[in-house]
Design a protein around this ligand. Structure first.
Ligand SMILES: Cc1cc2nc3c(=O)[nH]c(=O)nc-3n(C[C@H](O)[C@H](O)[C@H](O)COP(=O)(O)O)c2cc1C
Ligand code: SF4
Length: 585
């Protein structure tokens, strides 16, 4: 095929050159074009990177062209209103409309299949009440907090300066300041852009302790105390994990580190900025609680909580036991769902690791209820919260308030192009390229963030009123139903086992017993192996012979280099695999 294409291009070049030398000058343009294509064809045949170009010179380039515009074709021409991912067109449209303060109503009825399995609906009351004039707020601050904070039902979830452009951070800060809701900083530190418009901040601290670290990357108490004292800092979030990449640290590549980012994070220029997978300030549930207290003391009693994506139930119960044992409770816990967003993560993590928000949220809520701790701790939920009904559903499932990241990005102008990790965000939201982020007008987009938040929490309050209650605390799991098959819908009250207050303390209920007994305040751990051997656990003879089985404890990952599992696993690139001893030579 490649010879045919090159032959045709050569013929075309030959004919156009003859025509040009005999006819008008216009033929020279065609001749030049034909020769350029011939040159490209020869280059394609000779290069060794792309097999498709070697076999189909020039023509093969169509594939790359179509691949590059596939997302746009999908989004603009193929996608239906209800099936885009991560956010469908209906959801995106409602965010954009609310952000602009425009009409977000839709005519003619739902396009969703209300008979499809998994469809969820809220139950209205026959006697709805009037919605409140002021937005609902929830008080954050347990028994040991000196400066409680009244939180909006929806807030800006953590996104670092570095992942977002400075203009995007500024716009969110302006919107949050206007609307009186929280702007959580992200683990990249507290920057001047988070302070610009005076929004209420929750300062997030991740395993890299950016902005409060010593030269070795460990937590620095003095630096923390100085920043936590800022009047705009209303609370502190310790980040344990993130739904889109739980169990994995993060890297901001050296190329993306500007002098401003380096200063905000306390990291050097020219080297990758690493967030380790786990914290160095604590490594057990008990130490986590002590760290909570330490931060609360250092911040003179501001609300301190932590954010995580739920992994094993044993870990959650170990945290509860640690609270009971130490008498220290966080003021809030935010649950991030596996469906949550990120600036960059491996697809395997985005698609296959972590507990989705519904299950994670209900698990933590029930664990706290079962330990008699729920009234001391407020629960936040993050994971595709974009509309009023998303907020209300999460409140019913156990949350007290919600955080939103990507919907806030959309209010700031994000078009879901999903190129955040490339530094080429076309609308200037997730890039450090000044030529791109200059297009993001802070004043206009700040107003949009304000509008979007205001209209969404208003809609949530209206829904709560339509359900016949006047306050979120009166919502209960019977008010949300889910279709489980074609004939049956069930309420969340009937679908799940809701643990009775204090039940875990008085001989845990059957389904919880094993995990409750296993939970240990001195260990975050994996699920213990089954007590009987399974085929999966019987190691293959060759491995058993050569490598003694060794468990790598997750808590050691910051301190030790994790050794490869098997010496043969490190096969030098390019060398053929060793031949099997029985293979014929
Ligand atoms: C661009 C981007 C950057 C993020 N950075 C952080 C971060 O620094 N710390 C964190 O805890 N979560 C981070 N997240 C996760 C969000 O805070 C949030 O928990 C998650 O995206 C779920 O909310 P959403 O579905 O409304 O986006 C980030 C998310 C995005 C999209
Ligand atoms: S427009 Fe695309 S690249 Fe920019 S923030 Fe949105 S998803 Fe990321």
């Amino acid at each position: 095929m490649r010879f045919l294409i090159i032959a045709l291009l050569s013929l075309l070049g030959f004919i156009t050159i003859i025509a040009a030398s005999l006819g008008s000058t216009g033929w020279w343009i065609l001749a030049a074009l034909a020769l350029a294509l011939l040159g490209l064809g020869i280059h394609d045949v000779l290069q060794t990177k792309h097999a498709i170009l070697r076999n189909f010179p020039v023509l093969g380039r169509m594939r790359f062209l179509l691949e590059s515009i596939r997302p746009e074709i999908q989004q603009y021409f193929i996608e239906r209103n209800t099936d885009g991912r991560p956010f469908d067109r209906d959801t995106r449209s409602i965010i954009y409309a609310r952000a602009k303060g425009a009409d977000s109503h839709k005519a003619f009825g739902t396009e969703r299949d209300v008979n499809a399995t998994g469809y969820e609906f809220l139950l209205h009351s026959t006697a709805p009440v009037a919605p409140p004039v002021e937005q609902h707020r929830v008080r954050i601050g347990g028994p040991d907090c000196k400066h409680p904070y009244d939180m909006s039902l929806m807030n800006v979830s953590s996104m670092s300066f570095g992942a977002l452009s400075k203009n995007a951070v500024l716009a969110m800060n302006k919107g949050a300041a206007m609307g009186g809701f929280v702007h959580e900083t992200g683990e990249g530190g507290l920057t001047e852009y988070h302070l610009e418009y005076g929004a209420d901040l929750f300062w997030e601290i991740g395993s890299g302790y950016f902005g409060c670290r010593d030269a070795d990357g460990n937590f620095d108490a003095d630096k923390f105390a100085a920043k936590a004292a800022h009047q705009n800092v209303k609370g502190i979030t310790i980040k344990l994990s993130q739904g889109a990449k739980p169990g994995l640290g993060g890297v901001l590549p050296a190329a993306k580190i500007t002098p401003e980012i380096a200063a905000a994070r306390d990291v050097p220029m020219g080297v990758d900025c690493i967030s380790p997978a786990s914290h160095s300030a604590f490594s057990t549930p008990r130490e986590l609680m002590l760290f909570v207290k330490h931060l609360r003391d250092l911040s003179d009693g501001k609300p301190v909580g932590y954010k995580f994506c739920v992994g094993s139930r044993t870990d959650v119960l170990a945290m509860c036991k640690a609270m009971l044992e130490t008498g220290i409770t966080p003021d809030f816990i935010t649950i991030d769902g596996a469906e949550g967003g990120t600036g960059a993560a491996p697809l395997e993590y985005e698609d296959h690791v972590g507990t989705p928000l519904t299950e994670g949220l209900m698990l933590v809520h029930n664990a706290l209820v079962g330990c008699g701790l729920r009234d001391k701790i407020r629960l936040g939920a993050a994971g595709k919260v974009a509309t009023g009904s998303d907020v209300v559903k999460r409140l019913i499932q156990g949350a007290d308030f919600t955080f939103s990241a990507r919907a806030m990005m959309m209010a700031t102008g994000c078009i879901q192009a999903q190129k955040c990790h490339t530094n080429e965000c076309p609308v200037g939201v997730a890039t450090q390229n000044p030529h791109l982020y200059r297009a993001l007008d802070v004043l206009d987009k700040g107003n949009r963030v304000y509008n979007y938040h205001k209209l969404t929490v208003q809609e949530a309050a209206q829904l709560i009123a339509s359900m016949g209650v006047s306050h979120p605390s009166q919502l209960n799991p019977r008010m949300l139903r889910r279709r489980v098959d074609h004939l049956t819908t069930r309420s969340y009250a009937g679908l799940h086992n809701w643990v009775a207050p204090g039940a875990l303390l008085n001989g845990a209920p059957e389904g919880w017993k094993a995990d409750w007994e296993e939970a240990d305040t001195e260990n975050f751990g994996e699920h213990a192996p089954l007590p009987w051997p399974t085929q999966r656990e019987a190691a293959p003879a060759i491995v058993a012979d050569t490598v003694p089985p060794k468990r790598v404890e997750p808590k050691d990952s910051t301190h030790r280099r994790v050794a490869p599992v098997h010496p043969h696993a490190e096969r030098p690139e390019g060398k053929p695999a060793p031949k099997h001893p029985l293979q014929k030579r």
